[in-house]
Each structure stands twice: as structure tokens, then as C-alpha cells.
Design a protein around this ligand. Structure first.
Ligand code: FE
Length: 129
């Protein structure tokens, strides 16, 4: 976990779109994100701090319009958090290292985990293998 002032410095460099999602927990419009249809092999890192979050090996076509993964690349890098906004209970996914909002987690994903990490492209930075 990064220190508060380190996170503030990183967040100061974000674009307004990145701020909206990563800091203010907004959601990008479906089918607009850079990585929705990305099928290249590689690693998806946190756009704020660079932590390794997801691997292309676990990316699948969910049809939702957001990049979807059935498992984090490193379990300890993605934190699940209860979210009670909009009068419903959802599970929020955030970067464990810097606290950046990533998206939400649902239990209707494919095997082997049955999980669906529904992630905003804006919160990710893809690194091709
Ligand atoms: Fe991060």
C-alpha cells in the first residue's frame, strides 16, 4: 500500500477521464473503452501506480462493453470492497496498492472461477508481451 502523499502525487497526473473513474469511482460508457476488444497477449497494470492487476489469459468476452476478467493476475493486488451506492449492494474492485477504483466484481463469470471482474479501460494500462 502506497502512502497518502505518494498517491496524491500520482493522482495529480491523471487526465479528467481517469480522475472520474479512478478517484471519483465513475464508470466509462460501455463499448467506448480502449481495451474492450483488445485480444493481445500481455499484462494490464493500474494506470495510477503500475501494479500488475490482470493478465490477458483471463480476459473473456462478456458482451457487457467493459473489459472482463475471471481472475486478477495477483490476488493481493486487487481488493474487493463492499459498495452500497445507488441503494444496491455490489462488490467494488480497487487497486490494493494505491486505492484506485477499477470496476465491480460479479459472480456470473466463466469457469474456472465463476467470477467476472468488470473493469473500466480507463483505469488500466496495457503492456504487450
Ligand atoms: Fe494502483
Amino acid at each position: 500500500m502506497l502512502k497518502k502523499d505518494e498517491v496524491s502525487k500520482l493522482r495529480a497526473k491523471l487526465t479528467p477521464e481517469q480522475q472520474d473513474v479512478c478517484v471519483n469511482k465513475g464508470t466509462e460508457m460501455p463499448f467506448t473503452g480502449e481495451y474492450v476488444s483488445n485480444h493481445d497477449e500481455g499484462v494490464y497494470r493500474c494506470v495510477v501506480c503500475g501494479a500488475e492487476l490482470f493478465d490477458s489469459k483471463t480476459k473473456f468476452e462478456s458482451g457487457t462493453g467493459w473489459p472482463s476478467f475471471w481472475e486478477p493476475a495477483k490476488k493481493e493486488n486487487v481488493k474487493d470492497k463492499d459498495d452500497y451506492s445507488y441503494d444496491m449492494h455490489r462488490v467494488e474492485a480497487e487497486c490494493a496498492q494505491c486505492g484506485s477504483h477499477l470496476g465491480h466484481v460479479f459472480d456470473d463469470g466463466p469457469q474456472p472461477t465463476g467470477m467476472r471482474y468488470c473493469i473500466n479501460s480507463v483505469s488500466l494500462k496495457f503492456e504487450k508481451r
